[in-house]
Design a protein around this ligand. Sequence first.
Ligand code: ATP
Length: 488
Amino acid sequence: MKEIAIGAGIAAVLFLAIIGVNITPLLFVALLVGTFYYFTQSQAKVNFQEVGSKKTSSNPLSFDNIGGQDTAIKELQEALNFIIRAEEIGRMGIRPLKGVLLVGPPGTGKTLLARAAASYTSSAFIAASGSEFIEMYAGVGAKRIRRLFQEAKKKAVNEKKSTAIIFIDELEVLGGKRGSHTGHLEYDQTLNQLLVEMDGISQDHEHRILVIGATNRADLLDSALVRPGRFDRQVQVGLPDKKGRAKILEIHLKNKQVKDHSIIEEIARTTFGFSGAHLESVTNEAAILAMRENQKKIDMKHFNEAIDKVIMGEKLDRQISKEEISRVSIHESGHAIISETLEPGSLSSLTIIPRGKALGYLRKSPKDDQYLYTVEQLEKQIMISLAGAVAEEIKYGSKSTGAKNDFEQAWKAAREIVECGLSPLGVINTEDTPQELIYKQCKEIVARLEEKTRQLLTDEQEALLKLADYLIAEETIDRETFVQMMAS
Ligand code: ATP
């Protein structure tokens, strides 16, 4: 059709030239239209090919290589059985499954799950990211969506597979609520095209397609996208628990030399709140540290440092003045003494070596995963947070800006006490309670606990100063040395 139109156009222009009409303006317009057409076509083409090649991996990946996501894997497998048992499902008149949505924080393994889904169902796999569909030119995103679906079918044909899985990461970028973007038209057209393509998926097609979307903001998605018949299965991919973290560590340590595998349990305990990506980074950093020290095997010391690095960032070579070192030492000692007083055995190590944004760091001994807190536990947290600034005040008579982050944490915990109905205000509704009242209650909690911390630290002043002096001289103290020092 396109070719016939072009041919007819050329013939008409030639005819006009022969009968003596000036065709220069026509040629000029044709050139402009041609350039624009070529440009939009190449935009759709070039970028999409990048999309496909960047993330598509030919390495098959099985669900066994994914740790800490047993429930997500089970739910996903249930959905994937729709593809595996397609004929039976067709016979029963069950509507085919078109989309599965993976919802969870970054780095928890959503991409891995999609890749494993492709291996599990023996499907062709193609991946793209939502942000790669959005351009400033209206229509380009929609074209890329069409190409993505065409590519998926082509890939299935080439690989002689009857199914294809399209994985779209950051789905909220292209599937956000319609009308919520400033450049409405392009976003809306792109999303509409995705809806059209998904509606076109049919069980009878020779090459069936399943779309797997991933997002960490399911609340931002357009309701048309998540309605039954489109992404109608949601699988939660959360942060791993302790057992899951141990499994992920084992997966990533398989190709590394570890001195003693029994320490994996302890590392898993220490890394509450870490995602799979964090844990992979810990194993990698630990191996790098062992290599730097010319060690053949990774031991606990390397893991501890790797965890600090992943939490706080790289050690800094910052030049710090003597006065600042002294202030940081007393500040960190304050945290440590209160932590040990309120939770004996909690100090694992203490350092004043700057790392990332922190000038010092108290590392606590690993505890089991905790999801619920009592008021006593929250109050202890507040006191430990406030202890740095209070210790500075005891020694220098003044606080410093170094406590900003501590105060934020203390305030957050105080707010938690109030909002969870654990304060003298009792059970409250945060929306209906005047902010002034909540503020006053938080202030009262923080002030009371600050005073309590001051009393405790004043009683322990001798230990506080001794520990600070040690840090000034040695920069770091481990648990063993700390216990010996406090006993002497
Ligand atoms: P994002 O939302 O940022 O795209 P994601 O949830 O898709 O992240 P992945 O890309 O799947 O996360 O994971 C990144 C890397 O982290 C993986 O390549 C893997 O090394 C590691 N990883 C994450 N989760 C797991 C897991 N559950 N088991 C094993 N490794 C994991």
